[in-house]
Design a protein around this ligand. Structure first.
Ligand SMILES: [Zn+2]
Length: 53
């Protein structure tokens, strides 16, 4: 399995914030606002290029 592990998910006044841990151990934050936009913080390219399965 090469998927992020979801640590917590909670709603804010702006949208739904999801914290996840990457397969490499880094934290990643994802926010989906109520108008449909997605914002990601802490993302990193090294893992997506490494995952080839
Ligand atoms: Zn990673």
């Amino acid at each position: 399995m090469s998927q992020n592990t979801i640590i917590s998910r909670h709603t804010t006044s702006q949208g739904v914030v999801t914290w996840s841990r990457c397969v490499c151990g880094r934290l990643q934050m994802n926010m989906t606002s109520y108008d449909g936009k997605t914002l990601t913080a802490g993302g990193h390219a090294h893992c997506s290029s490494r995952i080839s399965s």
